[in-house]
Design a protein around this ligand. Sequence first.
Ligand code: SAM
Length: 271
Amino acid sequence: MTLTRTEARGLLDRFGIRPKRSLGQNFVVEPNTVRRIAELAGVGLGDRVVEVGPGLGALTLALLETGAEVTAVEIDEVLVDVLEEVAGDHGSLRIVHADAMGVDWESLLGAGPWTLVSNLPYNVSVPLVCDLLDDVPAIVRLVVMVQLEVADRLVASPGDDAYGLPSVKVAYHAEARKVGRVPPSVFLPRPRVDSALVDVVRRPEPLVAADPEVLFSLVRAGFAHRRKMLRGALRGIVDEAGLVAAGVDPTLRAEDLDLAQWAAIAAGVER
Ligand code: SAM
């Protein structure tokens, strides 16, 4: 069971909800889409799933249908009320009224493994994925629907236009791939752009052994001036000789470097 377009419209009307763009409220009203996401996530009986932004509950219902235990974190109080009505009596659902960017995940989730399955709000999708990868090892996999442009940033490789700090961060912690495209027509209201599904699987260990603080301060500095050569972009942090010692050509740009090269530079930098 999940929500049809008519049922979703009915809920919006009855609760007097006008979707808020500031909270990225584009609700999926196409049952096949939420079932496809639940299927891709591969979750089933007894698996623990965390959903950020359950909204009207379409994806939540599809996840519950698999037999998974779902913890749903929603910022908007009126949508918490809707969810209580739509699925509140389901024994496997825990509804949490909170801002996902401020949740104490460790005490909410405890030990893993958890899979995050979400149609993420646009406004927080990149920082949320990065923060969860950094800080919440109990979440071992993230299957997320995001705007296509965000998906490209999460999975980009050196040399791609979309390659940046989030791509390096995702590659450090996980293997990520785009696993499907979703048209605006499945949402209410319709967004202007296509969305995509991304499957992010946490690695048992980060891809490189580097001090993450040093590594990501370098990556951040490099991408703050992505068109500058590294010798300029990293001035004050590492000099040209340091780059050469790391085997990195100082005339390259941040967008050219893979994680191993960032780690090689970081190895020569004091914290
Ligand atoms: N999962 C639903 C669906 O697929 O139809 C709704 C997805 S909608 C793109 C994003 C949802 O995230 C909305 O319900 C919105 O209220 C909620 N949201 C936005 N910012 C949030 C935040 N910081 N923490 C928790 N939920 C948030």
